[in-house]
Design a binder for this molecule. Sequence first.
Ligand code: GDP
Length: 201
Amino acid sequence: MKLTSAEFVGSATGPRDFPRDRQPEIAFAGRSNVGKSSLLNRLLGRRRLARVSRTPGRTQTINFYWINGAFYFVDLPGYGYAKVAERMRRSWAPMVEGYLRTRAVLRAVVMIVDARHPPSPLDQEMRAWLQAARIPHLVVLTKVDKVKRGARRRAREGSAAVLGMRDPENLLLFSAVTGEGERELWQHLAQYLHRSGHGVR
Ligand code: GDP
């Protein structure tokens, strides 16, 4: 799939502000500071639409980007940043779970994990939650440019094991710095978008 256009359309804290035009959506989730904005900017051709965080965990809105005049990218707030105020942390779960549970147009969630470290307990929780909710999802190990070639297979297998995924090949290696994995990620997204919705939830 080729990117032809991308535009930021708005932020939301609840269903009132979600787009109403029933176009398909792909959501992006991950721990704060994992590299989600960088991944989005890479996919969107370095347009710097997503804000790379100076203050991790500050962006606590769901951000919508209208892509190719055909679908949305949905940037979910990052989870699990220690310094996020308790008040913010309490608002995260209802906001994100509310989005994930009710969004009939959601085709898939791209869950982003740091390739350099084993997935955190919150990553494990997120993956288990997506699985239990039967939401199609793809795990992307980002910052792989920081992992030596020889250590990549182990990183992939280790992460797959921690996340309870049977096939490590289902984890995609990615780098926002080198662009590794970018084409493959677009191919996956195109497949999710070409499938019809996964039914009523
Ligand atoms: P977010 O909070 O998840 O949106 O994370 P950011 O995109 O703001 O990235 C957090 C930090 O990780 C920044 O310092 C980025 O420059 C760095 N970063 C993000 N992606 C990569 C990557 O693929 N490789 C490397 N080496 N650094 C990255």
